[in-house]
Design a protein around this ligand. Structure first.
Ligand SMILES: Nc1ncnc2c1ncn2[C@@H]1O[C@H](COP(=O)(O)OP(=O)(O)O)[C@@H](O)[C@H]1O
Ligand SMILES: [Mg+2]
Length: 374
C-alpha cells in the first residue's frame, strides 16, 4: 500500500481544466478528455479533469474527476495536486466569467503547478503581434479593425474581395465576404456574402455606402476586423485551406504534429466542416492544383511558416503555450497566408494526427512536470 502511494506521488499528474454548469457534469469534448486519460495511462501519467465549479488547488490536494471505463462514468474525488494543468475551457463566454477568471489567475500564479494555454486569442491582437515581425509579416493578409465604411472602401480599392470577421469569432460564425464586381458592360457593383449554417447568401449594392448600412446592422455591437480576401487554391471548384497542428514535444520544442485540409462546401465562403466543408488530404489537393514537385514545396513552406508563427505567437503572448492550430490558405501562386491561430485546437479527425497529438500532450506534460521554477 505504502509503495503504491509512493508511486502515485512520483508519477506526473496532469489535470485538464474545463467549465462546469448545471447542464452537464462538465463542458467540453468528453471523448477528447477520455482519449487523453488513456494516452496518459499508457505512459504512466495520471490524467484527470478539474472544473471551474468545484475548483480547489490548495495544500496537497485538488478536486478532480477520474474516468471509469467499466461503467462509463466519472467519479469526483480528492486527488493529489497536479504538476501540470491543461486549459480546455471550451468557450470565450465561459472564460470571460469573473469566477472563471479567478480560477485562471490562481492557476497562473500557483508556484508548484505549471499551467499551459491560459486563454483564447483574439484575431486583432494576433494580427498586431504578427505584423510587427519581418519573419511573420509575409504570411499576414492586410488587416484593419472595422469601424466605418471608409475601411471597406479603401481596402476594396486595393483588393477585389475582403473578409469581415468577428475578433472573437469561431467556426465561421458571423463571417462575411465583400467583393466588387465589374463586368465590361455592367456598372460596378458590390456584393455581400453572408455565411449561414451551411450556405452563403449574396446581396448586391450599387455603392459601398449602401452595402455598409447592411453590414453595420449585421455587425451590431461586435468587434470586427476587415481583411484582404485571399483567392484560395481550389479542387473541383471548391476552395480549400490547410489546418496545421503545432505542439511542443518531450523537450518543450515546437513541432508540427500534422497537416490536414478542409474543402469548402459548394455554397460556402468558409471551409468549416459543420458549414458543409469536408476533410481531405492536403497532398492530394495541392498536387491536383500545383503538380507533385510544387505540392511538396508548399507543404514544406507551410510547415516552416507554422513553426515561425508559433514561436512568434508564444513570445508575443508572454504565455506558456503547449499547442495551437492554424488555418493557412494557399493562393494560386502557392503563397502561404495565415487566417487564424487557435489556442483551443479542435480535435483532428485524421487518425495519425489524432494519435500523435495525444502523445505530444502527454510528453510535453512530463517535460513541464520535470522543469524547475515557473
Ligand atoms: N482573408 C481571407 N481570405 C480568404 N478566405 C478567408 C479569409 N479569412 C478567412 N477565410 C476563410 O474563412 C475560414 C474561417 O476564417 P477564420 O479566420 O479561421 O475564422 P473562424 O474563427 O470563424 O474559424 C478560413 O478557414 C478560410 O477558409
Ligand atoms: Mg478558423
Amino acid at each position: 500500500m505504502d509503495g503504491q502511494i509512493q508511486s502515485t506521488r512520483q508519477r506526473p499528474i496532469l489535470a485538464i481544466l474545463t467549465y462546469a454548469d448545471e447542464k452537464r457534469i462538465f463542458r467540453g469534448n468528453q471523448e477528447n478528455f477520455i482519449d487523453l486519460i488513456r494516452a496518459g495511462e499508457e505512459r504512466g501519467v495520471l490524467v484527470y479533469v478539474m472544473t471551474t465549479a468545484d475548483f480547489k488547488l490548495r495544500g496537497k490536494q485538488a478536486i478532480g474527476y477520474k474516468y471509469r471505463a467499466s461503467t462509463k462514468s466519472w467519479k469526483r474525488e480528492l486527488l493529489p495536486l497536479p504538476n501540470v494543468i491543461y486549459n480546455r475551457i471550451p468557450y470565450r463566454k465561459f472564460e470571460a466569467l469573473p469566477e472563471v477568471q479567478q480560477v485562471i489567475q490562481t492557476c497562473m500564479r500557483h508556484r508548484e503547478v505549471k499551467f499551459f494555454n491560459p486563454s483564447f486569442f483574439n484575431k486583432w491582437t494576433l494580427f498586431e503581434w504578427l505584423n510587427k515581425s519581418r519573419r511573420t509579416k509575409p504570411y499576414i493578409p492586410e488587416t484593419k479593425r472595422l469601424s466605418s465604411s471608409d475601411d471597406i472602401d479603401k481596402l476594396l480599392q486595393a483588393y477585389p474581395s475582403l473578409y469581415l470577421k468577428p475578433i472573437r469569432g469561431k467556426a465561421g460564425k458571423g463571417i462575411m465576404k465583400v467583393s466588387r464586381t465589374e463586368g465590361k458592360s455592367k456598372p460596378r457593383q458590390f456584393e455581400l456574402s453572408i455565411q449561414d449554417k451551411t450556405e452563403s447568401h449574396i446581396s448586391r449594392y450599387p455603392s459601398v455606402t449602401q452595402l455598409w448600412s447592411q453590414v453595420r446592422e449585421l455587425v451590431g455591437s461586435k468587434d470586427y476586423i476587415v481583411q484582404q480576401g485571399i483567392v484560395l487554391s481550389s479542387y473541383k471548384r471548391r476552395p480549400f485551406d490547410l489546418r496545421v497542428l503545432v505542439q511542443k514535444n518531450y523537450r518543450g520544442a515546437w513541432t508540427i504534429t500534422g497537416i490536414g485540409a478542409r474543402l469548402a462546401g459548394k455554397l460556402s465562403i468558409t471551409t468549416h466542416v459543420p458549414r458543409g466543408g469536408s476533410i481531405d488530404n492536403p497532398r492530394k489537393l495541392l498536387t491536383h492544383a500545383f503538380g507533385q514537385a510544387e505540392s511538396k514545396r508548399i507543404i514544406r513552406s507551410a510547415k516552416r511558416a507554422a513553426l515561425i508563427i508559433a514561436k512568434h505567437v508564444e513570445s508575443s503572448s508572454g504565455q506558456t503555450l503547449g499547442e495551437m492550430s492554424m488555418d493557412l490558405g494557399v493562393d494560386s501562386d502557392g503563397h502561404i497566408w495565415l487566417f487564424e491561430v487557435n489556442s483551443k485546437p479542435m480535435k483532428f479527425d485524421e487518425p495519425p494526427i489524432r494519435q500523435k497529438s495525444l502523445e505530444n500532450l502527454i510528453r510535453y506534460s512530463i517535460f513541464l512536470s520535470q522543469k524547475n521554477g515557473l
